[in-house]
Design a protein around this ligand. Sequence first.
Ligand code: IMP
Ligand code: MG
Length: 175
Amino acid sequence: MVLQPQLKILISHDEIAKAINRLAGEIMTDYQGKQPLLISVLKGSFMFTADLIRHLDLPLELDFVRLSSYGAARESSGKVRIIQGVKTPIKGRDVLVVEDIVDTGITVSFLLDYLNKKKPFSLKLCTLTDKLSRRKVPVPIHYRGFTIPDKFIVGYGLDFDEKFRNLPHVYTLED
Ligand code: IMP
Ligand code: MG
């Protein structure tokens, strides 16, 4: 694949695979005997979700939500909208949200509030990456792949202006 010079590998696909193994182990231990409902946040989490659930030997169900995104900007507007809500009933379910990245935390905390109103039995969050130094709203992260520096990342599902989602590794996008 022809790569652009401003892309530098931050997390290789190998490291991602190892993290997914570890996270899947933690999740399987915690959800033994349960039938969790995984909610994957589109679009960025699609690749992570697909790889993660292949390692989960649980009778899980999967649904998707789509939230408003940044468009072509790298900064969140701070206003979140639900573009596609959850179709599966959530009341009484063990719900696990699967995210690609938690940055300021504004998006996912909005989502967690929205889901909590539907009265799940439990509600947890799994994220591949955590840009912890940028947090503006506290977010409870139960399963975390990587804590990453304050850099814009792309690849492995994550985009900049809808580009780079198909790349196998996670890269930083340098100016
Ligand atoms: P937050 O509301 O600031 O936590 O931003 C969450 C959303 O912003 C994520 O779900 C991503 O869609 C997007 N985002 C934040 N940081 C990055 C990044 O470094 N690369 C790509 N998308 C990002
Ligand atoms: Mg996301």
